[in-house]
Write a protein that binds this ligand. Structure first.
Ligand SMILES: Nc1ncnc2c1ncn2[C@@H]1O[C@H](COP(=O)(O)OP(=O)(O)O)[C@@H](O)[C@H]1O
Ligand SMILES: [Mg+2]
Length: 401
């Protein structure tokens, strides 16, 4: 649909810009036939009225997890008289056990879904509804890692299976966090990971196809040369194979060409767009962090950029930091700003939250390196992260965007 803005703007470059937006659901998904088939397989028993195995889907952001799952859901919706009742839940919005249960009830029993019911009421209503004609409830928890009381949620949902005589619950969990497994309670882990499906990053050739597929409808004819698409595909492949990033760069490049009143998008536009897209992502993520999270991340950026006693480990191309040195740096920065540093317990919580945001990655060193310690790696450019944080923390030039 052309937005009012598009119509009024009478753009020389864009035909339908919304086609590039992350909310647009493409009809065709490139290079994901195998993954789509695995999701279909996982759902097939539910459609016949049997409880299937739980499925856990993970992979970096922009690898098509949400799109593929939603694609299969549309297929399933078109099947008549299916026993499966499906709830797709975006956990960024429904981020607690109560909210998830309430969302499931709202999806399927809207007349019951009034405010004021407790978890137990919701639970009982749900079990009797499933039992009455042996339904299979399929709960899809997208961005599952942000649920605050996830172990409780997983426990409650699987508990239903032992409390009912007929029907069942199947869970599909989706996470952008590849190392999410490590922080799960062992019981939740064995429940969620009955089967697992990994979405790999896209190759440049695949990203090129994804872009190419959108260009025809999103842009006016002849405004996006092929070498621009190749450039964007190559840059985003290098940056982690993220299709969302590719589309963002393409959209931004179109905007720059338009602002400059050009007839077509140039490689220069794509280069500039690529810088600002990366900046925007870091900027969005950092902007919403509480102060001490920012201070911890600032210490990580400073240590990664230079100083510190870090060692280059494994392949020697990535910089890993010891959790202990990050904590000491954080303490001294906080003190230098006359802020009371938080205890190590809080610090560990900040680290795991920064990891959920995808800003850092942490893992256990394994034996040998100073006994057993946590290693931390910054996921974005240390220079850019430092700049944005200084803008946020000290108001220096309000972060050169
Ligand atoms: N295989 C694909 N074909 C076409 N577009 C895709 C494909 N994979 C991802 N996209 C697009 O990239 C963006 C990010 O995809 P999404 O499914 O949200 O990734 P994830 O959930 O893994 O972060 C969306 O705009 C989506 O339309
Ligand atoms: Mg997603």
């Amino acid at each position: 649909m052309q937005t009012l803005n598009d119509m009024l703007a009478d753009s020389k470059i864009f035909a339908r810009r919304d086609i590039l937006s992350p909310h647009f659901a493409p009809k065709r998904l490139i290079a994901r036939a195998k993954e789509i088939n695995s999701i279909e397989k996982a759902l097939a028993p539910s459609l016949k009225g049997d409880r299937g195995r739980n499925l856990f889907i993970y992979g970096k952001t922009g690898t098509g997890k949400t799109s593929c799952t939603r694609y299969v859901l549309e297929e399933v919706k078109a099947i008549p008289n299916s026993k499966a009742k499906i709830s797709y839940i975006n956990c960024k919005v429904y981020n607690s056990r109560y909210r998830v249960l309430n969302k499931i009830i709202t999806d399927h029993l809207p007349t019951y879904a009034k405010r004021g019911y407790g978890t137990v009421d919701l639970y009982e209503k749900m079990t009797s509804w499933i039992e009455e004609d042996s339904k299979i409830l399929v709960v899809i928890l997208d961005e599952i890692d942000v649920v605050k009381d996830l172990d409780d949620l997983v426990y409650t949902l699987t508990r239903i299976n032992s409390d009912i005589r007929a029907g069942g619950v199947t869970i599909i969990g989706i996470s952008n966090k590849v190392s999410f497994k490590d922080v799960l309670d062992p019981r939740s882990l064995s429940t969620l990971y009955e089967t697992e499906l990994v979405f790999p990053p896209y190759y440049a050739t695949e990203l090129y196809e994804i872009l190419k597929d959108r260009v025809t409808a999103a842009f006016r004819p002849g405004t996006v040369p092929d070498d621009v698409l190749h450039y964007i595909a190559a840059t985003s492949a290098k940056d982690g194979g993220d299709a969302r990033l590719s589309l963002k760069i393409l959209s931004k490049a179109g905007e720059l060409a338009e602002e400059a009143n050009l007839q077509a998008v140039t490689i220069k536009d794509a280069e500039h767009a690529s810088k600002s897209a990366d900046n925007e992502i870091v900027y969005d993520l950092i902007g919403t962090l509480p102060e001490h999270h920012k201070l911890v991340l600032y210490s990580i950026a400073l240590l990664t950029k230079g100083g510190g006693s870090y060692k280059k480990l494994t392949d020697g191309t990535d910089t890993y930091l010891f959790s202990g040195e990050v904590y000491s740096r954080y303490k001294s920065i906080a003190e230098s700003m006359s802020k009371e540093p938080k205890s190590e317990r809080w610090y560990r919580k900040y680290i795991s939250e920064l990891e959920v945001q995808g800003l850092i990655m942490s893992f256990e060193s394994g034996k040998g390196i100073r006994g057993h310690t946590k290693l931390i790696k910054l996921m974005y450019s240390p220079t850019r992260t430092k700049e944005v944080l200084e803008g946020e923390l000290f108001g220096k030039g309000a972060a050169a965007q």
